[in-house]
Write a protein that binds this ligand. Structure first.
Ligand code: NAI
Length: 446
């Protein structure tokens, strides 16, 4: 599905017309291309204190053009606002207003990233107020940015610092084109676990990953992205999708497993296939999902049960098998696909939203169980993504749904895949039990 409107208003005549009529002006987003620079332009690190200094030093080691003070009229690729030492709301003023003075100098598709501390661990009400204040600040700023620029935040829990491996991993993700459709969101780094990859272009080298529902749509995009990042990929889908599944498996030089994930023995089959064919299992992506929409007043047992069975009960059962398996103990990673419907609700989707809300609850409760093996589990919640599913929405409804986010466009399957690939990597090892929305900061349930 192509978004012809975004292409039309991105340049020349179309751009002029949209501007004059006050129409939405989405731009073509900067997306990751192997070999491309992390950011386009210098990176300004705002904020005083040891955490900001250490972060700036780390960025220099990535060969970025780092500034500690703005250079007048210089176009910036990113602003990093380090607020980890804010102890009272008044402490936000200096660094925030210093960064404000540079906002007009942001280049197209630039990035703003805040780094702050978790309100939950604050030593008192004033510190909690300052920390929670960053939440509102960041989400509002994301709504002010234009031209494909995004703002996202890294939250450090007690024990994590500005240069903890996953703080740097999250920073790299947010700065890069991999996070093109992630806007107004936070990632909490809860531990100092995780490590930077030896090769930034192949962060999943040596890993074996399973992706369910991979015959088409978002699942196929996940398989391609994990393969690009160096993983050996097993693609799983129902037997009826066998032909498409084989095509995807060939494309990613992986193997196909025809399997209905709601079968009792699905977990054992997945582990068995990965270990027999590839010798190990490191990553499981729960992507397979179905919708059977109906208003609750008209809901029947079949629609309710099938959605719960595929979207959440199957994942719970497979996870039980994974947790019990001796083959899933070497820093294992699970990433599950939720949905913004499971967070904000959606008319006609009570069954689907219950299942996707269920995914979020499951992820939070499973995180401590995987921690024992140095593992992690997270969810990604996509918003409006251009797929066969959303192409079937009637034109006017689709056009409205697609513009109702800060980036004024739908995301691509690859955008969801990028977030999943990051959370499946060791760079995200200190992030667990989190839900990352890939929704362009959807105005619904923002
Ligand atoms: P899709 O319908 O294009 O693909 C889903 C795949 O899962 C299909 O290949 C299907 O055969 C497979 N599948 C279904 N039941 C299965 C089962 N029992 N066992 C094995 N495979 C099974 O869907 P799409 O759009 O690619 O969505 C992927 C995931 O993303 C789903 O979990 C969906 O709920 C979620 N999502 C999608 C959004 C969108 O805008 N497209 C938005 C939010 C979430």
């Amino acid at each position: 599905m192509t978004d012809k409107y975004t292409q039309f208003v991105s340049r020349g005549f179309g751009k002029d017309i949209a501007k004059r009529l006050g129409l939405p002006q989405p731009v073509v987003l900067r997306r990751h291309q192997p070999g491309e620079p992390l950011v386009r332009g210098p990176v300004l690190v705002q904020g005083s204190g040891g955490g900001a200094d250490e972060l700036a030093a780390a960025l220099l080691s990535w060969d970025l053009d780092v500034r500690r003070h703005a250079v007048p009229r210089e176009k910036l690729g990113a602003i990093i606002l380090v607020l980890d030492e804010a102890a009272r709301p008044e402490d936000l003023e200096k660094p925030v207003l210093a960064a404000a003075a540079s906002l007009r100098d942001l280049a197209a598709n630039a990035r703003v990233v805040t780094v702050s501390r978790a309100a939950a661990g604050a030593p008192g009400p004033a510190a909690a107020a300052a920390r929670q204040g960053v939440d509102g600040l960041l989400r509002s700023l994301a709504k002010e940015l234009r031209a494909g620029a995004t703002a996202n935040g890294i939250v450090l829990a007690d024990g994590a610092g500005t240069t903890s491996p996953s703080a740097l991993g999250a920073l790299r993700f947010f700065l890069s084109g991999r996070s093109a459709f992630v806007d107004g969101q936070f990632l909490t780094v809860s531990t100092t676990a995780g490590q930077q990859p030896a090769d930034a272009e192949k962060p999943l080298a040596g890993k074996v990953a399973v992706v369910t529902g991979a015959a088409r749509g978002i699942g196929a995009a996940i398989a391609r992205t994990l393969h690009r990042d160096g993983a050996t990929v097993v693609v799983v889908d129902i037997p009826a999708a066998g032909d498409h599944l084989a095509t995807v498996a060939n494309e990613v030089h992986g193997t196909a497993l025809q399997l209905d994930i709601s079968r009792e023995d699905a977990g054992a089959r997945i582990i068995g296939h990965a270990v027999e064919r590839h010798g190990r299992l490191d990553i499981v992506i729960h992507n397979a999902g179905i919708t059977r929409d109906k208003l609750l007043a008209n809901m029947d047992q079949g629609r309710w049960n099938s959605v719960i069975a595929v979207n959440i009960a199957a994942q719970l059962r497979i996870n039980e098998a994974l947790l019990a398996s001796e083959h899933f103990r070497d820093a294992p990673r699970i990433v599950s696909v939720a949905s913004t419907s499971g967070i904000a609700g959606n008319r006609g989707q009570t069954n689907y939203a219950a299942s996707k809300g269920g995914v979020i609850g499951m992820v939070r409760a499973t995180a401590p169980l995987l921690a024992a093996h140095g593992g992690s589990i997270n969810a990604v919640a996509p918003g409006f993504i251009e797929t066969e599913m959303t192409a079937r929405i009637p034109f006017a409804t689709r056009e409205v749904a697609r513009r109702l986010n800060s980036l004024q466009q739908g995301g691509r399957p690859g955008d969801v895949a990028e977030a999943i690939a990051f959370l499946a990597s060791d760079a995200a090892g200190g992030i667990s039990g989190e839900v990352l929305r890939v929704c362009g900061q959807n105005l619904v349930g923002a």
